[in-house]
Write a new protein. Structure first.
Length: 408
């Protein structure tokens, strides 16, 4: 019979990979909670409208990448990202009444119908943070610090923080107009995506991966607009203050004026963290400020900023970490005694197993040397004298002790 295979763009995360996944999850809890963030878990599917309104219907995510299905006349979508879901929950649960800032973190699977390739899957995982209620750039600095320190805690240092400010809706309108004016003469030469972005979301033109388009955008008159400082005084002040905090805290960053990010809801600060050790899918983290999203989704006007990291990309940077051996393997020809001692050790928080298949003593010893740090041996003599022999499987040293003195 033909075997059923895993779906294109999805992957099993196998037991031998779990050391790395557990590390990413444990460090997320440890580091984000150090900053006062609390974990939130929202459903994997939401109303399609949440993403259309929350992520923005000019984005690739909403236009091309969503897993949408109908159930009982409702249009539902598997979440392609988690900011919209967290914002929905923030509003629905009246979290604006909590004392600001409200800091939330999450981890879990996301779904995007993309062309699978290295670093790009259809089901992938993100870990992320959202901070609500603070408009000052101190929150921007704090959020960037959380991202950088999380990555550092995983031992990832060879990373670059790219930073930009998209300004506010007011100053951005002027920038969009100027950008369109200089790009308009080349409109017919742009790729199909850029032609449709031109009216709908001209900032996204800068994000285009096509070399032909990028060549056009590198023309001097277009670069003059891109590299010019378009943001208004207030936005510039916010950005400068953020940069000064990062300088003071020793967080290195690079200004990237082409960084616009894929989602519609960002304003002012946007950032990405890139690895120098990944191929073309080199962004491990993307984030930014989204001061109008809570209001746009029907909540109280609440400024916010957050980020999301791709866990598969982090995992591939972390490489393989050795699986931990269990602490003890109980060896005996007396199954019932082995079973009892194993349970006793487990009740004392010792990870341990015994041979469920009643194999010969030597086979049990062989198994112990493969899977455990210690063999705990219950032979005839030990059983009759209420003793156990503990053998250190790395050094080979063994000693026989009273059973009630056994400590591992
Ligand atoms: P990209 O430019 O790589 O498509 P993006 O801007 O679509 O990224 P975000 O929505 O900002 O990505 O998501 C944050 C992070 O999630 C990315 O930096 C990346 O590490 C990860 N990510 C996004 N899409 C995928 C995917 N299809 N497969 C694996 N990881 C992904
Ligand atoms: Mg993408």
């Amino acid at each position: 019979m033909a075997i059923i295979k895993v779906q294109k763009g999805t992957k099993d995360i196998l037991p031998q990979e779990m050391t790395v996944w557990h590390l990413m999850e444990e460090k997320a809890k440890e580091i984000f909670e150090k900053y006062g963030a609390k974990e939130i878990r929202t459903p994997i599917f939401e109303a399609t409208e949440l993403f259309a309104r929350g992520v923005g219907d000019t984005t690739d995510i909403v236009n091309k990448e969503m897993y949408t299905f109908e159930k009982s006349d409702r249009s539902l979508t598997l979440r392609p990202e988690n900011t919209a879901g967290v914002v929905r929950s923030f509003i629905e649960n009246g979290m604006h009444r909590l004392s600001a800032p409200v800091k939330l973190w999450y981890k879990g699977p996301m779904f995007r119908y993309e062309r699978p390739q290295a670093g790009r899957q259809r089901q992938f995982h993100q870990v992320g943070v959202e901070v609500f209620g603070i408009k000052q750039p101190t929150a921007d600095a704090e959020v960037i610090l959380m991202a950088v320190n999380y990555l550092k805690s995983l031992g990832l240092n060879d990373l670059t923080v790219e930073l930009n400010s998209l300004g506010c809706p007011k100053c951005r309108e002027e920038f969009k107009t100027r950008l369109k004016d200089v790009i308009r003469p080349y409109l017919a030469q742009l790729c199909e995506d850029c032609q449709s972005r031109f009216e709908k979301n001209p900032l996204r033109l800068l994000d285009c991966k096509s070399t032909e388009c990028q060549e056009i955008y590198s023309k001097p008159e277009i670069q003059a607009v891109i590299q010019g400082d378009f943001i208004c005084e207030e936005c510039a002040e916010h950005f400068n203050e953020l940069k000064s905090y990062l300088d003071i805290l020793g967080i290195k960053y690079e200004r990237n004026k082409l960084l616009v990010r894929g989602l519609d809801y960002y304003n002012r600060t946007v950032f990405e963290i890139k690895s120098n050790n990944l191929g073309s899918q080199n962004a491990v983290c993307g984030g930014g400020r989204y001061d109008s999203l809570v209001k746009n989704l029907g909540g109280e006007d609440t400024p916010a900023i957050g980020f999301a990291m791709g866990m598969e990309r982090l995992a591939s940077l972390l490489g393989e970490k050795q699986e931990k051996k269990m602490t003890a393997y109980v060896i005996s020809n007396n199954t019932v005694e082995a079973m009892k001692l194993t349970e006793e050790l487990r009740s004392k928080n010792v990870t341990c197993e015994f041979d469920l298949a009643n194999k010969k003593f030597v086979k049990q010893l062989e198994k112990a040397s493969k899977v455990a740090k210690y063999a705990v041996i219950l032979g005839e003599d030990e059983l009759s004298q209420d003793k156990v022999t503990v053998k250190n499987m790395e050094t080979g040293i063994q000693e026989t002790i009273k059973r009630n003195e056994l400590k591992l």
